[in-house]
Design a protein. Structure first.
Length: 371
């Protein structure tokens, strides 16, 4: 039996919120997994912060283990443990002045730093890099230090991020600023802000076909973030598939700004569990906003297509087109009215038909649900 869709005008009072040889299989997986196959040889050693601003900086002292910098044999920076982020980063490739012309890849990076400079730090930071580059097999835990990011790309293109395990970062797991043609695969991003933030970026691909019920490491998982699993701000030509955004305190996915358009979300999970009230502090987690939902569309974002998603808002609506001006405080249990006007809705071309959800706000007509 299909469950009835509930709009804000008729919402229910309570909400209850899925024969070959082993050698042949191994060889096939190595080909399909690409950079993930290198995990077997990952043995990082303590290393000082790495700065590369020119081709001459690609040296063994800066973690280069192989390659000649050509397109066919890029330099490989690998097996580094970066626990010292005092300059504001662990590994930075800065091509803002055009000094980096060689090809390179980054593989097997670990970090467990506990402190960052007052202005924050990035474990891996690329600036102005446009050569085809992969960053893979990264495992890091910042201890929730304020303002720390796992990987940040500024004005970069042609980058693949594969098999990143970013845990407890104080800001974003991955942040893309004015970047394009970036692919993110098989990664787990957990942060005190957003798992993935896209600012003024375009042509971004997130995820590939996978079994959403499989164990971690198979699909993208941007989960248990205090902010959003995915935040898209004034970015376009965004494709997200087979990606989990679960248990995110401020909502699963937020598509925001009139510059956000041509966004396609397919075959994923989006769950905005809402803030919690930690016994240790008594202060709610997450953002105090009126758009906490599985998927929210705000401030004129337009031409959005969502298909095959399981969407759950738990403490609020499952899908929202704009905000409703309220915030449910988990520490008091009270619904609070936020000051100022409601967060404006999205624009035209919003197609959320064909997903499993139960509660909506702000959509006219109400999208059809598959459950």
């Amino acid at each position: 039996m299909r469950m009835k869709l509930v709009s804000r005008t008729s919402r229910r009072p309570s909400r209850v919120r899925t024969s070959v040889t082993m050698l042949a299989v191994g060889a096939l997986l190595a080909v399909l997994a690409g950079s993930r196959a290198f995990a077997v040889t990952c043995a990082p050693m303590d290393h000082a912060p790495i700065t590369i601003k020119a081709d001459r900086d690609f040296t063994a002292a800066n973690g280069v283990v192989s390659g000649d910098g050509s397109a066919g044999n890029p330099y490989l920076i690998s097996n580094v443990k970066l626990n010292d982020l005092t300059p504001g980063y662990g590994l930075k490739v800065d091509n803002s002045k055009g000094g980096v012309t060689k090809y390179f890849n980054i593989q097997c990076v670990q970090s467990s730093f506990q402190n960052a400079p007052p202005k924050g730090a990035r474990l891996i930071w690329l600036v102005g890099v446009h050569q085809t580059t992969s960053i893979s097999n990264v495992s890091a835990n910042s201890g929730e230090d304020v303002a720390s990011d796992g990987t940040q790309l500024d004005s970069c293109s042609n980058i693949t991020l594969d098999t990143l395990s970013i845990n407890k970062f104080g800001h974003d797991g991955v942040q893309l600023n004015s970047s394009d043609h970036v692919t993110i695969l098989h990664s787990k991003l957990k942060a005190l802000h957003n798992g993935l933030t896209l600012n003024s970026s375009h042509d971004i691909s997130v995820g590939d076909p996978c079994d959403l019920s499989a164990s971690s490491g198979t699909c993208n998982e941007f989960t248990y973030d205090d902010g959003r699993g995915i935040y898209v701000n004034n970015s376009y030509n965004i494709q997200v598939q087979y990606t989990k955004t679960n248990a995110d305190d401020s909502g699963g996915i937020l598509l925001d700004g009139s510059g956000t358009f041509s966004v396609t979300l397919t075959n994923g999970v989006a769950s905005g569990n809402g803030p919690i009230c930690p016994q240790s502090t008594g202060v709610p987690t997450g953002d105090r906003v009126d758009t906490i939902a599985g998927i929210s569309i705000t401030n004129g974002a337009h031409d959005i297509n969502v298909k095959g998603y399981a969407i759950n808002g738990n403490s609020h609506d499952d899908i929202m087109n704009g905000g409703d001006g309220t915030y449910i405080n988990p520490c008091t249990g009270l619904t609070e009215m936020l000051n100022g006007r409601n967060t404006p809705p999205g624009g035209s071309g919003l197609d959320l038909n064909g997903n499993c959800y139960h509660l909506e706000y702000g959509f006219f007509p109400v999208p059809t649900s598959t459950c």
